[in-house]
Design a binder for this molecule. Structure first.
Ligand SMILES: Nc1nc2c(ncn2[C@@H]2O[C@H](COP(=O)(O)OP(=O)(O)OP(=O)(O)O)[C@@H](O)[C@H]2O)c(=O)[nH]1
Ligand SMILES: [Mg+2]
Length: 338
């Protein structure tokens, strides 16, 4: 998945179709002079409908086409003939698409299942033809209902990535490198901060054809909640992850402190993020010798509480299999035998 195509936020205009007009018609036939009203109903205007599709991963289909209009209902006609319903328009979206009202930001609904359909804007009802209005006092009504006009709406589609494991770390922690080592994803990697601007997803193939999805997101820094760095807007991508993998580089000045800053930023974005299971990986551990590792262990046992941690190196492939085992166990609620 290239960065340019990972579209996770779009603004869309949708308009449903007008209902068709009911018909005013009086039945006429050669030898029948007063045949009575027979004007048919107008057809329903088309809906704009959203539909979940598990084969889509981004909102890239909405990058260029952002306006959608459903068809209008046909008008009723003689012999009680009902107008055709307007054509519905379907918008296929990936699972995890949240739909918000563009002005109020109110969340309207969320698409989470394959094949799930939700009407975004409802087509107008067709008007009733004049034959409905025949009564004992009015045998030949000369009116019918107009159709109800369609509606329009401006909405935002926001995609929350559905991954099993979300990577959390400061910029430059080695998140993208890890993703590139344990999945076939090819994220951009560089020795500067904020290399990753959009989330990347990768599938981790594990023992015996098991697999799980990992999401690499942009780095978080202290003050992200106030908009520092790239802000914390993209943290929505880890809201649905089952497990969070914190990545803190071995050369960090204070691993414990860095961890608590990250936790704090998550808490400020959404306290529920702290309910997720966590694992800490000390990345770039190829830079440590055994003595340094032992020293860091003493520190971490004091500062991290019960949160499990392990030393890894993506570059030197150290402890990568163990990392996958741990994540797999966490995702499946297994206890790891150490
Ligand atoms: N020595 C060593 N360096 C590593 C390792 N993993 C990553 N690096 C280096 O750390 C730097 C940052 O790596 P990235 O994977 O781009 O870091 P990131 O966390 O994705 O950074 P942002 O996208 O900016 O948030 C690169 O220069 C990597 O080569 C590792 O296991 N060992
Ligand atoms: Mg990165």
């Amino acid at each position: 998945m290239t960065e340019g195509n990972f579209v996770d936020y779009v603004k869309i205009y949708a308009q449903s179709g007008n209902g068709g007009k009911g018909s005013v018609h009086l039945h006429r036939e050669k030898y029948i002079t007063k045949g009575g009203p027979d004007g048919g109903d107008g057809g329903r205007g088309g809906h704009v409908i959203m539909r979940g599709n598990e084969n889509l991963w981004t909102l890239v289909n909405f990058k260029f086409k952002k306006h959608f209009r459903a068809g209008h209902g046909g008008h009723g006609s003689k012999q009680r003939s009902t107008g055709a319903d307007g054509d519905d328009v379907y918008l296929d979206v990936p699972l995890g698409t949240v739909v918000k009202h563009a002005e109020t930001q109110e969340v309207l609904f969320e698409i989470t299942e394959h094949g799930e359909e939700k009407i975004l804007v409802e087509g107008g009802m067709g008007g009733r033809g004049n034959w409905h209005f025949k009564s004992s006092t009015n045998q030949t009504p000369r009116y019918a209902q107009p159709g109800i006009p369609g509606q329009e709406i401006d909405v935002i589609f926001e995609l929350k990535v559905l991954a099993d494991v979300g990577l959390v770390g400061f910029p430059n922690a080695g998140k993208s490198t890890l993703l590139s080592v344990i999945t076939s994803a090819k994220p951009k990697i560089a020795d500067y901060e904020f290399t990753t601007l959009k989330p990347n997803l990768g599938i981790v193939e594990h023992r015996d054809y098991q697999s799980f999805v990992m999401a690499d997101i942009p780095g978080i820094i202290e003050g992200a909640a106030e908009g520092k760095g790239l802000g914390h807007y993209f943290l929505r991508h880890i809201e649905r992850n089952a497990t969070l993998l914190f990545l803190i580089p071995a050369d960090s000045k204070d691993i414990g402190k860095e961890y608590h800053i990250l936790l704090d930023e998550l808490r400020r974005y959404n306290p529920e993020l702290l309910d997720k299971e966590r694992l800490i990986a000390i990345s770039k551990s190829d830079m440590l010798d055994d003595e340094l590792k032992a020293e860091i262990r003493v520190e971490l046992d004091k500062e991290l509480g019960n949160v499990p941690y392990l030393f890894i190196s993506s570059v030197a492939q150290q402890n990568i299999t163990e990392l996958k085992d741990r994540l797999w166990a966490m995702l499946n609620n297994e206890k790891v035998v150490e």
